[in-house]
Ligand binder design. Sequence first.
Ligand code: HEM
Length: 130
Amino acid sequence: MRNFTPFVEGNMAYDVVHILNRFFSALGEAILMNNGLIYQYVGDEIVPKNVALGFRELGRRHTNYGVSEGHYLLVRKVLVDTLKARLKESYSDRIRLAWERMFDLAFKYMKEGATGKKQARTAPKPTVVV
Ligand code: HEM
């Protein structure tokens, strides 16, 4: 929320909490309407988790495609090798790390979806108390 700190400093706690709850409700609704999930509330910030949801579903579908853990590890290596070969002198460790991190994040959630460990959750209630 823009200018949240001066807003808190210049208003009564009761009013800040009231505005925060309205803000979280409106934003939370928009996230849920777009197939998102709310992971947590941090101060004036909402942390959505729609990425996890999408990748879990993708992971479930990949099980049906016959994909197993070993395939992911192989594709991870092939991805890096391909980047290296195609980017040539533009390739760097920074680029490799960024892609590996992205792949590992996708893989983490896809594995959860494939094993059925994590089910979709409902959003936590956006109520702030003082
Ligand atoms: C981070 C890892 C991966 C991502 C993000 C990814 C993404 C996708 C996407 C978006 C599709 C389109 C179909 C759908 O949405 O269900 C797809 C299809 C598919 N993927 Fe992956 N994939 C990944 C890893 C793998 C691995 C490791 C394999 C096996 C070697 C694989 C094999 C397949 C197959 C067989 C299809 C179906 C193709 C078809 O029937 O047209 N994927 N993947």
